[in-house]
Design a protein around this ligand. Structure first.
Ligand code: RIB
Length: 324
């Protein structure tokens, strides 16, 4: 039997990370604790997460992206290769720098991120290119976020030409103009955090009365579920940070809440969401249930936040199994 195929379309960033106890306001200067560089970008992190969070060679993980012709770009593509990701469609664009993220991580692990898209801004495939990328592929998952300019076109092209492929979407960074009934009706698996879920409710569900507790988000997940594609995997996941996450696929009366793991030594939360997303997709691709996939992904992201760096912090499949 052929392997499941997961295609990640999106950003690759070189992360410039400063670790500090205090974040300066305008006009202030502080001395930070340390500076490090790490591979990142939501697309790259998700690709590495899918590949690393599955047994070797069980999933064909592919990345579609753009790097600049600079050292950052070579470093990013090598990192994908070393993690077993197929980089045939990661192209180098001449005369432009690779994507960069300037990140400040505070002592509680929380981050602030400023992105310069660089070559990621050039990821706008033509219809011919999309056709080529998905030639002979009619199943599996395509994983998307908003760190490249073409997510709307990707969604429309896939739903029209490859309706059986599951579109898994994390609408981050949040772009209000992409929250429309038309786009959301084409999404098969949606992962949003609490803030994004509230923003969606404000735009698409203006009459809903939202309580910002677990029960309130369970109600919201049921309503958001009605907005997404009713074919394919039709699943909504709302992540709630250190509290946990909940999922709804329409097969139970109430969305199921999964507690997060209590972690005392949070070092760096950068990429934790991407790790969670990758863990869900790798497990679903391996044929696991949504419940088992969310539990696995919860453990994976709890391990990721105990290490520095977005991509480097992502654990292996075996490490997660030992900690489940
Ligand atoms: O989600 C984390 C990622 O967001 C970082 O790696 C950074 O590059 C930004 O894209």
């Amino acid at each position: 039997m052929s392997k499941p195929i997961v295609t990640i379309i999106g950003s690759l960033n070189y992360d410039l990370v400063t670790f500090t106890n205090k974040v300066p306001q305008g006009g202030e200067t502080y001395t930070a604790n340390s500076f490090e560089t790490h591979q990142g970008g939501k697309g790259l992190n998700e690709a590495i997460a899918v590949s690393r969070l599955s047994p070797t060679d069980k999933i064909h993980t592919r990345m579609i992206g753009r790097i600049g012709d600079d050292d950052f770009g070579s470093n990013l593509i090598n990192c994908l290769k070393e993690s077993g990701v197929d980089v045939k469609y990661v192209e180098t664009i001449k005369g432009i720098s690779s994507g960069v993220a300037t990140i400040i991580v505070e002592s509680n692990g929380e981050n602030r991120i400023l992105i310069t898209p660089g070559s990621n801004g050039k990821l706008k495939p033509t219809d011919e290119e999309y056709k080529n990328y998905f030639e002979n592929i009619d199943s599996g998952f395509v994983v998307l976020q908003n760190e490249y300019p073409d997510s709307e076109k990707t969604i429309n092209w896939l739903k029209l030409n490859k309706p059986k492929i599951n579109i898994a979407y994390n609408p981050s960074p949040f772009k209000e103009e992409l929250i429309t009934n038309e786009i959301w009706s084409k999404i098969d698996l949606l992962i949003v955090n609490e803030g994004e879920a509230i923003d969606v409710a404000k735009k698409l569900l203006p009459n809903i009365k939202l309580n910002e507790d677990i029960e309130g988000f369970q109600q919201l997940a049921i309503e958001i579920h009605k907005l997404i594609n009713q074919e394919n995997i039709k699943t909504v996941i709302i992540t709630m940070g250190s509290k946990g996450s909940l999922y709804y696929d329409g097969t139970t009366s109430t969305p199921k809440f999964i507690n997060s793991k209590k972690i005392d030594n949070v070092i760096d939360t950068t990429g934790a969401g991407d790790t969670f997303f990758g863990g869900v997709i790798s497990n679903l691709s391996l044929g696991k249930t949504i419940e088992d996939s969310v539990i696995f992904a919860t453990t994976a992201s709890s391990l990721a936040i105990q290490k520095k760096g977005a991509a480097e912090g992502i654990p292996t499949y075996e490490e997660v199994l030992k900690n489940l």
